[in-house]
Each structure stands twice: as C-alpha cells, then as structure tokens.
Design a protein around this ligand. Sequence first.
Ligand code: ADP
Ligand code: MG
Length: 618
Amino acid sequence: MAKVSINLATGSIQKEDIIVGIDLGTTNSLVAFIDPDKNPKVINDTGKGVLVPSIVHFGSTGEIKVGNEAKDFLITDPQNTVFSVKRLLGRSYADVKNYQNFFSYKIIDDDSESLVKIKVGDKFYTPIELSGLILKELKERAEHALKTPVNRAVITVPAYFNDSQRQATRDAGKLAGLDVLRIVNEPTAASLAYGIGLNPEETKTVAVYDLGGGTFDVSILQIQNGIFEVLSTNGDTFLGGDDFDRAIADYWIEKNNIDKTELAQNRELTQQLRLKAEEAKKSFAHQSIFNQQIGEIWCTIDRNTFEDLILPKVQQTIDSCQNALKDAKLTIDQIDEVIMVGGSTRTALVKKMVSEFFGRPVHDAVNPDEVVALGAAIQADVLAGNRSDILLLDVTPLSLGIETMGGLMDTIIPRNSKIPTKAGRQYTTSKDGQVNMKIAVYQGERDLISENRKLAEFELKGIPSMPAGFPKVDINFILNADGILKIQAIELRSGVKQEVEVKPAYGINDDLVEQMLMDSITHAKDDVSARMLIEAKTEAEQIIYQVERFMEKNGTLLNAEEISETNIHVEALKVALSTGDKDLIHNKIDNLNNYTRPFAERVMDVAIATAMKGKSIE
Ligand code: ADP
Ligand code: MG
C-alpha cells in the first residue's frame, strides 16, 4: 500500500473541520473535543449536562426523545422506551435470548443467528438505528455548543467487542451522519486521557478497571511504540452500579416491611426507591449517613452498611482482575499503572479494594464518567495529524471487503486499519446444494458494491452439496506491510480452499481516494437505508425459500388449515417484498416466523430452524 499521509488517510475533506471523540455507553454517552488551547474538553450543551443517558423514547405521534428527556418514560411508557441498546449492538437473537427478561421493550424473537431487531409500535428498529439516534443527538449537541458542523468522530467500544459489534458501531455513526475515523477501545482511550501511551519511547503495562451502570470490565494493555495491544479482558456484562442501587433499595424494602408482591404491582414506587437508592449511593462521596423519606417509607442507610451490602459484588470484580492477570500471564508487580473508569468507581470501597489488590495507588484524577470520551478526543487529534509527537503508522486509506447477498459490501478490513493486518469472517451458502461460491473483493466505503472499486473475483469450487446455511466458509484477508492483500477462502467441513493476491493501491491515486471518501459521506444516509432495505429483502427471500422447501418436504405432516394459513403468510410477505417498505417486510417476516416456528419444532427439522444463518453469498 502506498504510504498515505495521515490527513488523507483520515479523509481530511474540510481541513479545519473539528473531530470529536464519543463515548457511546450502555448507561450514558457523551462527546468531547480538543479546545483551541489543545486541551481535551467534554461538551456541555447549555444546561443539558455532559452525560446523555443512552435512552430513546418513541412518542405516540412519532416524536423521538433522547437522553434525560427520554428517561422519565422508563416508568410511564416502558414498552416505547429503549435503554441499554449497546448490549444488543451487533448481536443475534441467539446471543441475547438468555437475558431477554432484562428488557422492557420487545426484542424480535426470530430464533436465528441474524441480527436482533426491536419492535416499537408497529415499527422495527435495529440496534444500529437506535444507537444512531443517540449519536445524532450527541452530534447535534456538539454542533450547537461549538457552533460549527461536526462530521467526523472517533467512537469508543469495549475491548471485548467483536468484529460484528465494531462494524455495527461504525454503521450507527454513519447513520448519524458521522464519518467514523476510527473505532477505539475504551481502555485505550482512558490511557490516552492520562497521557499514557502518548510517548512512543515508553513501554508500559496498564490495567484499566471500568465499572459503569450495568457492566464491568477490566482490560490489561501492553503499550509499546505507541501501539496498544489488549493482552486480556475479563468482566461481567451484568454487574454495575445498578446492582448497588438495587442492594440499597432491597435493604429499605426489608427494613420497612414492604410486601414484595404488592411492590411488584407498583411500578412508580419501585422506580422511586431505585432513584432514592442511587441518590444515597452517590451521597456517600461526601457524607457517611443518608436519611430521607418517600412518604411513609424511611430511607435510611449509613456508609458501612452500604459497603457490607455491596462487598460481594466488588469482590467479584476483584476476582475478574485476578483472572485477567492470569490470562495475560502476568503477575501484579508487572502492572505499571491502574486506571479507574466508569461512574461507579467513585464508590470509595471500589477504589480501596482495587488499589489494595494491585498494591498501588490508582489513577482517578480524571472524572471517571468523562475519561473515555476525553481520550477519544485525544485519539481524534492524533488522527488529524495535530500531534507531531506521536508515531503515525501506515494505514489502509479505504475499506476492503466482499460482496454479500443483494450486492452489499461487507467490510472485512475497515479503512484506517494499521498495516500489516489480518481479519476474517465466516459466510455460508444461500441455496441448497450450492457447490460453488463466487467471491468478489471490493475496496471503498459505500454500502453497495456497485459504488465501490472491484479488486478481484474468484470462485471457491467443490463445496460438498449441503442444504443452504450449512457450509461454513471462512474468508480471510491478510494485508502485509507492502500493501499486498491475500484473500483466502476455506470451506471448513470439506477443507476445499482457494486463494488470490491483489494490490489494492494499484491504479488508485490520492484524488480518487479523497473523492471516494467524499461520496461515502454525502451518500451515507441513503446508503444505509438502501442497505437496510436490501437486508430485509434478502432475509424475506431466504425465509420464503426455506418455508417453501419445508412445505414440499414435510407438507404431509401439516393439516389443510396450516398449509393454507402458511400460504397466506407467504403471499403477504411476497406482497410486502414488492412494496419496498422495510418495516412492512419485517412485519410480515415476523408473522410468518411466528406462525411456522411450531411446525419446525414439531417436525424436528433442523433445516428451517437454522435457516438464515450468518451472511450468505450467492
Ligand atoms: P456506562 O459506561 O455503563 O454508560 P457510566 O460510566 O456512566 O456507565 O456509569 C454510570 C453509573 O455510575 C451509574 O450506576 C451511576 O449511579 C454511577 N455513579 C455516578 N456517580 C456516582 C457516584 N458519585 N458514586 C457512585 N456511583 C456513581
Ligand atoms: Mg463506560
């Protein structure tokens, strides 16, 4: 790959344009930037506060509220209020079905490995769209506060996020009208906020302890030559400050002899207790006893009691730290720095136990709610080429990916990835008995391959004949330091393999790269809508295919009414398909799925149950 200057690689379309750093959190989100004095600063859009609760409410007349304004609706209108959407980002229903009870809104159960959707009223939303709404709110607040357009951002994700969750975060940014220059790990951003890793000469091993509202993770990072490597992560995605609040509320419920079954009916009181508990928890930062009332109910608790209540939870996080060290094959004395992240690390007991475990004082000078966003802003500044002190590595100027069903671009190596790099993903077939798979490789940022640059095409031949969705084809992209891209395709069950090499930089110049980046930003919204419609259509076509096949094979096991009812649902889906209305298509898919699922269970036919697995290729 040609050496590209960092400005080009980051798509410096408007040179003076600001780049923001965004912490898209499970509980709270926020945005930061580098002020004219070169200091990272969080954005507080007049009076609205710094933290934007990651909550979206859909009003009955179509208005959408994000943040604090949406929070109140958690009690009054829970079905239409979406929280914790980050937990669903890039996840399939199969991933989340075990904790569906956690959510008050409706997650579509299509029992498959395709990405989850959320139903609000009669509309279907993907977690990408919902996260996009939160990002859009942050973008607008930044624009309002800074009085300038904001089009480019660095967004953080947990270190343990997989490829699909990272891609989903990128897409959410795109939907919000943001050019996402890089997805950065939250612990990396936190280190940067403390200035750790900014000096390319230094080598350090850092533990980042992040206790938020509902999630906990600890990451061990090795920083060398300005490169951050995650050695290990550990944690619990259902442990956080909310558990502390619950512990206090439960304590009061017991002390006041409140009947639990009665309380379960009283949503409002439950919520009031929860909020009062959070207030008590936070008050222990400056007082040792909390004493208030909700009507007749005494809400009294002292700090020692609070600490006794939460001790087992905090101990659990310490056990995770132990495990993270073990996985990184390190001992405590090999950790150079410990960084505290997340609102819940303000609890004194947490700080004390973490500090004792690591045997050293922890870094807690930067506000733990803000530290990730501030670090993201620093990373943005580095990418903008504003910090000459930092080593800039060769990066890929354009994304590299392959064509999937419906002519969509599936990015495997995102642009701005450091090279050399390696990435891969698994695909499957779309038709029964499909023995060949066409693999077309593209370069570019657009969602439709027709708008991108084709680099290569080859055929993986000799896939054993199996039902659609059964073959497992690994496609790996290996981009070496000279910019040669090697594409490998392997069908895992049979071992058939095919490989080609291309040079993505061949025949492309800086102007063309810049033009391609520019186009991707101006078309971002239309592209994502087009992608979503194509994805809905592809899903519908696959399901119709599977159901029709199922009927052919197992029709005798269904009675006449079931057959005709299924046909009605299939016809309705076909009609919806012709309308090009994404929500209508999802609606009819949902109906057809709900109707036919019991048949599959009855006939014990795995084919239909495993239909729609992963992304498929024609
Ligand atoms: P996330 O990263 O999951 O979005 P945050 O880092 O914003 O979450 O943390 C939110 C949590 O921090 C909430 O549970 C909140 O009650 C807790 N929190 C905020 N301030 C304090 C405080 N002063 N003492 C204890 N906990 C706090
Ligand atoms: Mg966080």
